[in-house]
Design a protein around this ligand. Sequence first.
Ligand code: KIV
Length: 268
Amino acid sequence: MNSRKPVTLHRLREMHAAGEKIAMLTCYDAAFARVLDAAGVDSLLVGDSLGNVLQGRSSTVGVSPQDMAYHTACVARVNRTAWIIADMPFGSYQESTDVAMRNAVLLMQQGAHMVKLEGGGWTAPIVRFLVDRGVPVCAHLGFTPQSVHALGGYRVQGREEAAARTLRCQAEELAAAGATMLVLEMVPAAFARELTQALSIPTIGIGAGAGCSGQVLVLHDMLGLIAGEAPRFVRNFLDGSSSIEQAVRTYVSDVKGGRFPNDAVHGF
Ligand code: KIV
């Protein structure tokens, strides 16, 4: 029996204010949603990484709004308490604020509590538009997988001073536009720690070090279901666990206890 109260935006803000780390994992279906919710994961991210993980694509670029709607509905149908974030896929928010709103509505109507979109600068007016119309938004900076071709592959972002300055400006602009959470992917741990301290909203790191306000991993990666070599920032939590639920409980407790990630092992 899951006795936890539903995780709301208010609760996430309280956790951030109290310095409690936020534990997030990707989730794309009902079977895993039940396990993750019961294991105490604060937030389930219906990530467009489902394009890689479930659909066998080499990037997230081919994922459609309909794919995201289908998987969001699967997760939302059985989730009881976790905060559900759905990714806006490539092409679903770039064109105009109206197109972004239409696709955000699609995801919210399937049960998402918040949508996530990638990039900074040009995205700030879109974030403002959605937030003003009742859609909570999570921003995503650093390595942004939908731009993998533009970025020249899977590379750490923000290593140079000028790039770090740009990312910091974009993060502040997104927070001012109303984004209430920020995913930071593959950026130097020291930069992410400093940015987290400077921002008023929680940062959720993936390959961004222990100084973030919370962590996210792709579920299949942390269960060792990964094709090829795991990225540096992934730990296999199924190793040494007797079940998937136990592995997920260990992840939650290690994130909250500051034992994962370890910057010396998982950081850039
Ligand atoms: O789609 C996804 O899984 C994500 C995470 C990498 C943060 O956006």
